[in-house]
Design a binder for this molecule. Structure first.
Ligand code: MMA
Ligand code: CA
Length: 249
């Protein structure tokens, strides 16, 4: 793991945020999270699941989980109320393992709380605000592009603000066109892939766009020297931008 901003790498695990002491001591004692192997990981989860199933039977319905993932990490996120930080951490470790990211780059975030919080993006992804961005170099249809993002635990980019639009256009090629996570299933109903509500006041269509009912996917590119969006045919092959939440350690 690469950690930016010169810090002592022995630091990251030593001073984990305060935890529900009784549940975490066994993990701390066994060489900290970074070195937990798959077997102890699975055993830990199974024990946790049994124990918490009992607790939840007593307490009532489970809290909703925010991501759809493998069974193990799903099991963890179900108990997020009780072990929020730690189940999150374990989830992320599982994702990182599953997706074969070759490395993480992390920066320290100045938290209002006392705990040290590191925010991380996979190597080759660009951080901005609370997200990480990956610019594809190959071209594909909108559906294929979204599938590729999805296979990396991400989705096509959702642009929510002028700041985000400016951030991404500064690092895109001016001679290329990129699919974003905006499409129209029909009747000119624009939808963001991650269910973010489509807010007309934060859109960056080129003048005169969107203009054709059969152009049901949005791409971002330079037209007359300005960055903006155009509705285009979903089957055309374009580059694309994937986006995912930062990983917090
Ligand atoms: C024009 C314009 C766009 C449309 C493309 C399709 C070059 O731009 O009508 O709105 O999407 O053609 O190729
Ligand atoms: Ca168009």
């Amino acid at each position: 793991m690469n950690l930016k901003n010169n810090f002592d790498s022995s630091d990251i695990n030593v001073d984990s945020p305060p935890a529900p002491q009784n549940k975490i001591t066994s993990l701390k004692g066994s060489h900290r999270f970074a070195k937990i192997n798959l077997t102890s990981f699975i055993i830990f989860f199974l024990l946790l699941k049994i124990l918490l199933s009992i607790v939840l039977l007593i307490l009532g319905p489970q809290p909703p989980h925010s991501m759809v993932m493998g069974n193990l990490s799903q099991a963890a996120s179900n108990y997020s109320v009780l072990f929020k930080k730690y189940s999150q951490l374990l989830e992320e470790k599982a994702i990182i393992k599953e997706l074969n990211f070759t490395g993480l780059e992390c920066t320290k975030r100045h938290s209002l709380l006392k705990d040290k919080v590191w925010s991380c993006c996979p190597k080759d992804w660009k951080p901005f605000s609370s997200h990480c961005y990956f610019i594809s170099t190959d071209s594909a249809s909108w559906n294929e592009s979204e599938e590729k993002c999805s296979s990396m635990g991400a989705h096509l980019m959702v642009i929510r603000s002028q700041e985000e639009q400016d951030f991404i256009t500064k690092i895109l090629r001016r001679d290329a066109s990129y699919f974003i996570g905006l499409s129209d299933p029909g009747h000119r109903q624009w939808r963001w892939v991650d269910q973010t509500p489509y807010n007309k006041s934060a859109t960056f269509w080129h003048p005169g766009e969107p203009n054709k009912d059969h152009e049901q996917c949005a791409a971002i590119y330079v037209w007359h020297n300005n960055w903006g969006w155009n509705d285009i045919s979903c089957s055309t092959k374009q580059k694309s931008v994937c986006q995912m939440m930062k990983i917090y350690l």
